[in-house]
Design a protein around this ligand. Structure first.
Ligand SMILES: [Zn+2]
Length: 397
């Protein structure tokens, strides 16, 4: 097995069963269930398998390279009026769902695969096989709210969004761009005091952060400085441009730049998972719900039903519902109505663990450690019983 950035996430390490089946049993179960993933060349070992899925290897060696057309677009974008940019986005988004190999808005293959592998090893060992709880305190799923502030206007509107999140009893994380607008440090302090979390959203957000390794490394030094200034441990790349090898130089605890499935981003791909996972030195928390502007502005949705449908799937599979919205877009009343309606439905739903990204990352590291989790699971022993394998929507509803 060749270790890679994703090798801490193989199915056995994901489930952490007690008693732990043998390596051969895991391998046999994986090979039996691997067809669920629909990979063109099923890999021989589980480290390569997670590299194909979580490392997006299935999308080819140039998966994190921007096409020449997109590079050019970021060169001329500062000169274009906003309506032209929105129109262009709409054009290149048309039919995006049909082009991507990942399904959207729900990509069920990896979640189904993991549950089926667990079920298989359970059958092989013939006894009581338990796994570590996926979430603390018996919560069936996690709910994480994040916001990226794109402009100075968005920054001015952020307090209103914080008030709204708070009015439903939620806390969220807010990512600031260090060198695009004048940072309101007073607002940052206030948000932190109110229980929100601050993160760093790129450096300039000009589409050039990941232009080349050299540019990224230069910018990463400044980003690391801003992480300290902002008392932040988390990062989200602008425009979901990403390169996990390069990103290892960031002094972060977690990252938010990946998604399970989203054909509407400039680098489409998708990591297919609805759980956190380790990427070398940091914990990745992929967003699993469509972005606000995609949902309302590109797709023209007037209700949060696509978000809620996905939340239902995530709850069934014990995953993480992580959403990314923007004060800049929420200033538009059409977007705001959908967002508020979503929060109202979520509050009524309940049951989830509403956590800040740094808490989720901390939990995920703790879960992967040898530390006993009894006080978290509320049960004796190392883990909780395997829940019923979700096969169809509605089974848990
Ligand atoms: Zn952004």
């Amino acid at each position: 097995m060749t270790p890679n950035l994703w090798s801490q996430n193989t199915p056995d390490l994901f489930w952490q069963c007690d008693p732990n089946p043998t390596a051969e049993q895991w391998q046999e179960a994986i090979q039996k269930k691997i067809s669920i993933l629909g990979l063109p060349n099923p890999p021989p070992d589980s480290a390569t398998l997670v590299e194909q899925i979580l490392g997006e290897g299935q999308f080819g060696p140039s998966r994190w390279h921007l096409s020449t057309a997109k590079r050019l677009y970021y060169e001329v974008k500062p000169l274009m009026p906003r309506p032209v940019i929105v129109a262009l986005r709409k054009i290149y988004s048309r039919g995006a769902e049909d082009e991507t190999p990942a399904q959207w808005p729900i990509e069920p293959c990896y979640a189904t695969f993991l549950w089926e592998v667990l079920s298989e090893v359970q059958a092989m060992t013939g006894g009581i096989l338990r796994h570590r709880p996926l979430w603390p305190n018996g919560h069936p799923y996690a709910f994480v709210l994040t916001h990226d502030i794109e402009t100075a206007a968005g920054q001015s509107f952020m307090r209103t969004i914080a008030d709204i999140d708070e009015s439903f009893g939620f806390r969220s994380s807010i990512n600031f761009i260090p060198e695009r607008y004048k940072i309101d440090y007073g607002l940052m302090d206030e948000l932190r005091e109110r229980g929100f979390e601050i993160g760093v959203h790129g450096l300039k957000h000009d589409g050039k952060e990941f232009q080349s390794k050299q540019v990224f490394m230069q910018r990463a030094e400044r980003i690391n400085q801003y992480l300290k200034d902002f008392q932040a441990v988390g990062f989200r790349a602008p425009l979901m441009h990403r390169e996990p090898e390069w990103m290892q130089v960031l002094e972060i605890d977690y990252d938010l730049s990946f998604f399970d499935t989203d054909p509407y981003e400039p680098m489409p791909g998708g990591v297919m998972t609805i759980w956190p996972y380790f990427v070398g030195r940091f914990v990745e928390l992929p967003y699993t719900l469509a972005q606000d502007h995609t949902l309302v502005k590109v797709l023209g949705e007037k209700t949060p039903h696509l978000w809620l449908q996905k939340v239902h799937f995530i709850e069934q599979n014990r995953g993480m519902a992580l959403i990314n919205t923007h004060p800049d877009y929420l200033m538009d009343s059409a977007v705001m109505e959908v967002y508020i309606s979503f929060l109202r439905h979520m509050k009524a739903r309940g049951g989830f663990w509403n956590a800040l990204p740094h808490e989720v990352a901390q939990w995920w590291r703790r879960r992967a450690s040898e530390e006993p989790l009894d006080e978290f699971s509320g049960l004796t022993g190392r883990a909780v019983d395997v829940p019923i394998i979700p096969k169809q929507q509605g089974q848990f509803a």
